[in-house]
Design a protein around this ligand. Structure first.
Ligand SMILES: O=C([O-])CC(=O)C(=O)O
Ligand SMILES: [Mg+2]
Length: 647
């Protein structure tokens, strides 16, 4: 055993990184551990190399939380035959060393290139000395606060949202903590940049702006090898996966492999808003082809150039994926489905809901957010949820998901059977009002909403006939709440509730301005994508945003905290109630039915606590014993982007 006493940064910069550190600092060779499975180690050892060394001291390390640490490096020379210069002429090649699972020491130049540990100009004098940074940085030492100020200044110079998006992506790849500090401290300004609506444009142009992979791409080419692919990802303690197959990206349709922007963006919010460690988040895009002709013909397209696989081929790939995830990460990893097309989204949720911890943000997350807004809106309009009539334009994932959660809440509040609670909820799809005479030809998820009524094609006719108090747009089709629709709503209701939820902004059913103007300032309005405040007859109206980001980060944190193994509808209801409870008297005075985003971390902690409480009540939590104070517990386990001291 050879013993070394050094302060090190642990990172995943790979064998290249460690080699440079080794060479630069004259460390003995083999400053590398292979933390893979025993078989990986065995493979490494068998390859005849002399240098893959398993360092016993590293076993104690909390690797994956990005923490630097002082370690006593003990080199176990038993694997591979002894410490020699592994990287010397006559030793193993890097390929033989099974690179993906190497853990290396980052210092000097590599430390500055390592986004998980880089602090840029914020490295202080002592750190610069201790970690071989002298001369690699200009003399100035600045605080993280000043770095935030400078980055915000730079980002505000860009006029085009996509440029802001790219600047944020660059920052994320350069200095992860600074990225999250910026996002957390300026959440209202930057949310529309890293997420809806700009992320939609980023996906449309993802091939052109692609620089470095930020998540895993699993395509049909990887069929039969998905477990192996998962093992290529550099982090192992994964708690949340957001996965898409790119078939229905926001309201923009099939963007194939370029849908990757969505899992990446959603997971940034898991960290920024919900406090889940970045290293515990894994974005995945499953590429089964695309039916988007213009992408197939786009020379910069990054995905498989074939039409979408369907049926058995699709199912088998997804099944292999689901099994591989569970095998690799255990049953407590949360899998969030995002932006799958209707025909797969419902089936996947149903199929894996009983075997995996799965959550569909478009069905369940949107539903929980909208229900929260409706619960809060009762304070403005009086009465309860059961006193309303609801009409949806759009009967897909969001529409039916919201409808079902409203019905569940009404049924719970008033003790009426679910079937009866559904009777006040009506849907309009592309063929008109969903009515019982259409039942035969309806997709299964629409059937519960096919009530007795004569067929109606037009939305205006449906509004006139059903006389809804709440109108909800989930159609993915912009400008469908026409002047006549909004005016009819306003003629029927003193305070019509109008939610125009489709994303991004171009697909919104109406704008905030239209909603306020056409309702003569009486609408209670919220949208999926953000709108600026509107002035109407001398009064300023601040539109609310029924943003999914209110719920899913806190919801996920609650599941993780409690070690939940399944998602249950009651958890969604609990999350909605928790969010609705965050709307203050001041917010109501402004006509808002959602709280400001500036408090989102506190909101997420409260949602997490309520979700975790439900998980314990339902016997679905595995982290025992239950902590006494779940809000405190949530707050204390949240990731902080403040720099750590590397001394
Ligand atoms: O991303 C959002 O804001 C909402 C969402 O999931 C979608 O529209 O698919
Ligand atoms: Mg979505």
């Amino acid at each position: 055993m050879l013993s070394l006493n050094r302060t090190c940064f642990l990172s995943n910069s790979g064998i290249n990184g460690s080699r440079t550190a080794i060479q630069r600092h004259g460390l003995p060779a083999a400053y590398v551990r292979v933390p893979g499975s025993l078989s990986t180690r065995a493979r490494a050892a068998k390859s005849g190399d002399t240098g893959v060394v398993v360092e016993t001291a590293f076993k104690e390390m909390q690797f994956g939380n990005g923490s630097p640490a002082t370690v006593n490096v003990e080199m176990d020379t038993t694997v591979g035959g002894g410490v020699k210069d592994v990287y010397g002429e006559d030793t193993a090649t890097e390929d033989q060393l099974v690179t993906p699972w190497s853990v290396s020491v980052a210092s000097g130049y590599n430390l500055l290139r390592d986004p998980h540990h880089n602090k840029g100009l914020a490295f202080n004098e002592k750190e610069r000395d201790a970690h071989y940074l002298r001369g690699l940085l200009p003399p100035t030492v600045v605080s993280q606060e000043l770095q935030v100020k400078k980055m915000m200044h730079n980002i505000r110079q860009y006029q085009v949202p996509l440029q802001k998006y790219m600047a944020m992506t660059d920052l994320q790849e350069m200095n992860e903590r600074l990225f999250y500090k910026l996002l957390i401290d300026n959440v209202e300004e930057l949310l529309p940049v890293v997420y809806t609506p700009t992320v939609g444009e980023a996906c449309q142009k993802y091939g052109s702006i692609f620089r470095r992979p930020q998540g895993l791409f699993i395509s049909l080419k990887e069929k039969g090898r998905i477990l192996e692919v998962l093992k290529n990802w550099p982090e192992r303690n994964i708690q949340v996966i957001v996965v898409t197959d790119g078939e229905r990206i926001l309201g923009l349709g099939d963007l194939g492999c370029q849908g990757m922007g969505i899992p990446v963006g959603k997971l940034s919010l898991y960290t920024a808003l919900g406090g889940v460690r970045p290293s515990a988040c894994l974005p995945i895009t499953i590429d089964v082809g695309t039916n988007n002709e213009s992408l197939l013909n786009d020379e910069f397209y990054i995905g498989l150039r074939q039409r979408r696989a369907t049926g058995q081929e699709y199912d088998e790939l997804l099944h292999e994926f689901m099994c591989a995830v569970k095998q690799n990460y255990g049953e407590k990893v949360l899998i969030q489905f995002e932006d799958f097309a209707n025909h797969n989204a419902f089936d996947l949720l149903e199929k894996y809901g009983t075997t995996h911890l799965v959550f569909n943000d478009d069905i369940q997350g949107t539903a929980s957010v909208v229900l929260a807004g409706l619960i809060a809106a009762q304070k403005l309009v009086g009465g309860g949820l059961a006193d309303h009539r609801y009409l949806f334009l759009g009967a897909g994932e969001a529409g039916t998901g919201i409808a079902e959660l409203i019905a569940l809440e009404i049924s719970k509040q008033t003790n009426v059977p679910l079937d009866l609670a559904r009777k006040n909820i009506w849907l309009v799809d592309s063929k008109g009002l969903v009515v019982s005479s259409r039942k035969e030809s309806l997709q299964h998820f629409k059937k519960p909403w096919a009530h007795e009524h004569e067929p109606l094609i037009d939305l205006v006719d449906a509004v006139k006939a059903i006389k809804p108090t709440v109108l909800i747009g989930t159609s993915g089709v912009g400008r469908t709440f026409t002047k006549e629709v909004v005016q009819t709503m306003a003629s029927l209701n003193e305070k019509p509730i109008i939610l125009s939820l489709s994303n991004p902004t171009s697909q919104s059913e109406c704008t905030a301005q239209e909603a306020y103007r056409w309702s003569e300032g009486r609408a209670i309005f919220a949208s999926g994508s953000p709108f600026a405040p509107v002035e109407y007859e001398g009064k300023v109206f601040v539109p609310g945003q029924a943003n999914n980001a209110y719920i899913f980060p806190g919801f996920g944190l609650g599941l993780i905290m409690s070690g939940a193994i399944r998602v249950h509808d009651d958890m969604l209801l609990a999350a909605s109630e928790a969010l609705a409870a965050e709307v203050t008297r001041e917010d109501f005075k402004k006509g808002l039915i959602y709280p400001p985003f500036s408090n989102i971390r506190k909101i997420s902690a409260n949602i997490a606590a309520r979700v975790a409480t439900k998980a314990y009540e339902l016997g679905l939590a595995t982290r025992l014993p239950q902590p006494d104070d779940l809000v405190k517990c949530a707050e204390s386990c949240m990731y902080s982007p403040t720099y750590r001291s590397y001394r």
